[in-house]
Design a protein around this ligand. Sequence first.
Ligand code: TYM
Length: 373
Amino acid sequence: MKVTPWEVEGRIDYDKLIKEFGTKKIDDALRQRLERLAGESHVMLRRGFIFSHRDLDLVLDDYEKGEGFFLYTGRGPSGPMHIGHLLPLIFTKWLQDRFGVNLYIEITDDEKFLFKRELSWEDVSRYSVENALDIAAVGFDPNRTFIFRDSEYVGHCYPLLMKIAKKVTFSTAKAVFGFTNEANIGQIFYPAYQVVPTFFEKKRCLIPNAIDQDPYWRIQRDIAEGLGFKKTAAIHSKFIPPLQGTEGKMSSSIADTAIWLSDDEKTVSKKIMKYAFSGGQPTVEEHRRKGGNPDIDVPFQWLKLLFEPDDSKLKSIEDDYRSGRLLTGELKQLLIEKLNRFLTEHRERKEKVDIEKYTKTGRLAQKMWESYY
Ligand code: TYM
């Protein structure tokens, strides 16, 4: 197993990751407290897809005391977006809707340019614009959301960026990210920028993300209080598995592991039918006799983590599959229909996005946090 912000490989043992990263499991009591304050449950929480955290309990304490908190998440524009990238954003929207808080979304064009040898500045620029539309299409509150691109916004952040950079030694960066002598100097500097938005407000920051991004928050938590800010909190999701199986994650680097937000109905259907790893038996007769295994079945896992939010429907799909009543092709078809509906609705929202609305909010917020310099 390998999990870094740039690589995720092997069979992922999430309990082990919690230990290695020094985060905490979201136990039933904490989940129920979050759901109670939110006024409802969320499918990703309920089904254990959102599984780990740092200081989520303190965020909820602040909220109950009326001190509030704010949200921060991001996207590295290395290419078009797949459904994996959308998952933390969907959960972020839920948090924003339920708690009525500000949200900052960083588009790290600099990061992807520095870390992906094959990408030109023109490539990351194009993807930044395109990705921002997909992000806005999730439907965040335009009055409380600011989407910004690192290279464009850097002038406003530079004093803060310098204060952060001065506090992080090369030896810390090496220890946290494993940089070697081959790393370019931009890569070594970049983590300072990913920390910047955690200081956009004096309130506690809560970061929804998949667990691969956690190393950045370790750095933030080391230096925050010394700079007069609170340690950031984070809430971590697992990875949506690649189409082909349960190892690694759905990844932009390997096209056929992913369902892209731009995939049309036929492509989705073809990919699921051809690539989605099945827990079914090789023949219909055998499947009817022995049943399938939903625990390793990718279409079932995708339905479970988001696409079939109705618990009783999911349960009957699971029972039918285990008993052999439901065939692999039928299960795949269920996912195809759900996915295509989801993607069509997403693209319809994307068509209507007014991106200006999400950059204007930033100008307002900026006044507030610039006063901290
Ligand atoms: P990026 O673009 O690699 O990923 C964006 C977000 O999607 C999550 N993610 C996944 N979640 C579930 N299943 C998957 N298969 C999957 N693949 C990726 C990532 O964890 C991330 O939350 N450096 C960041 C950009 C960034 C950021 C942030 C992300 C800047 N600030 C704050 C989260 C929070 C990056 O390249 O993300």
